[in-house]
Design a protein around this ligand. Structure first.
Ligand code: F6P
Length: 319
């Protein structure tokens, strides 16, 4: 292995820059050349490549977003798009790839390996934390801290007015963000896709607040009721409750990464380079406790990472 490529793909996540920096530095230390692929798999199809050296990765460890840009490439989902991308990679003399992203990225990476035999290692970069094989994903810690800070602010105004607030956080199919921030912000109810949302219980929790009525309800966007707006309108229709709702949205994806995300991103960057050098492919390099864990890419989405059961109990006890 002489030359490797790195790309960031799918939704960006804070810590991706720290990850790119770690990959570049670890690879240079092993005598490898590094190529940055601009714009995820779309850039791979177009052959939009740049050489990465130490100076390109200086002063980026604390920056949000990704200096390599990202995309959700529809073309790459087709065999023709992947064939074009493989061609560009081979022309550039790239011997192996590191793809940082989530579920969609890993589907693409797995297909590229099966169809074109280009060694590829995935690294978990998504705020959703929904990948099997790693306790945490790059960006998750920053996202929950950003969301918690925003919810604390909402609590101030909710408390002053004695209002019911329903706050929607990200997490397309998983309630990790909702559960952690729900506990961290002292929410009265947490609605997530992994559990059945019960509006009667939610109503009882509002009543339990007594005269102040100040209630914070956290909803993961993937909840079966369809988000904060829907729950607010059902609370009005079924219980005559006036609830304000806020969708935190993409604010959760930006900002300077936390220390935990920077360290995780750096650790996984070095481990991913070593994995490629050691001939590993079609796997995700994740971290379980303090140890590096290798998981076949396919398992990262076919096996479900459960929310720790006690978290749900905890949210109930503390509500
Ligand atoms: O996968 C990360 C994520 O932020 C999800 O939580 C969310 O559902 C999705 O991406 C939003 O994607 P986009 O920015 O493409 O609308």
């Amino acid at each position: 292995m002489k030359k490797i490529g790195i790309l960031t793909s799918g939704g960006d996540a804070p810590g991706m820059n720290a990850h790119i920096r770690a990959v570049v530095r670890a690879a240079l230390a092993k005598g490898l050349e590094v190529v940055g692929i601009i714009g995820g798999f779309s850039g791979m199809i177009e052959g939009d490549f740049i050489k990465l050296a130490r100076k390109e990765t200086a002063n980026i460890i604390g920056r949000g977003g990704t200096i390599l840009k990202t995309s959700r490439s529809k073309e790459f989902m087709m065999a023709g798009g992947r064939a074009a991308a493989a061609e560009r990679v081979k022309e550039a003399g790239i011997d192996g790839l590191i793809a940082c992203g989530g579920n969609g990225t890993f589907h693409g990476a797995h297909a590229l390996w099966l169809e074109h035999h280009i060694p590829i290692v995935g690294t978990p970069g998504t705020i959703d934390n929904d990948l099997y094989g790693t306790h945490y994903t790059i960006g998750y810690d920053t996202a929950i801290n950003t969301a918690s800070e925003a919810i604390d602010r909402i609590r101030d105004t909710a408390d002053s007015h004695g209002r019911v607030f329903i706050v929607e956080v990200m997490g397309r199919h998983a309630g990790f963000i909702a559960m952690d921030v729900g506990i961290a912000c002292g929410a009265e109810y947490v609605a997530i896709p992994e559990t059945v949302t019960n509006l009667d219980i939610l109503y009882q929790r509002i009543l339990k607040q007594g005269k102040t009525r100040r209630t914070i309800i956290i909803v993961g966007e993937g909840d079966e009721y369809g988000g904060a707006a829907k729950i607010a309108s059902m609370m009005k229709e079924q219980y005559d409750i006036d609830a304000k709702y806020t969708i935190l949205g993409h604010i959760q994806r930006g900002g300077s990464p936390t220390v935990r995300d920077r360290v995780l991103a750096s650790h996984l960057g070095v481990a991913a380079v070593e994995a490629l050098i050691n001939g590993k492919t079609d796997i995700m390099v994740g971290r379980q406790d303090h140890d590096i864990a290798y998981t076949p890419l396919e398992e990262t989405w076919t096996r479900q990472k459960p929310i720790w059961g006690y978290m749900m109990e905890l949210a109930e006890i503390l509500a």
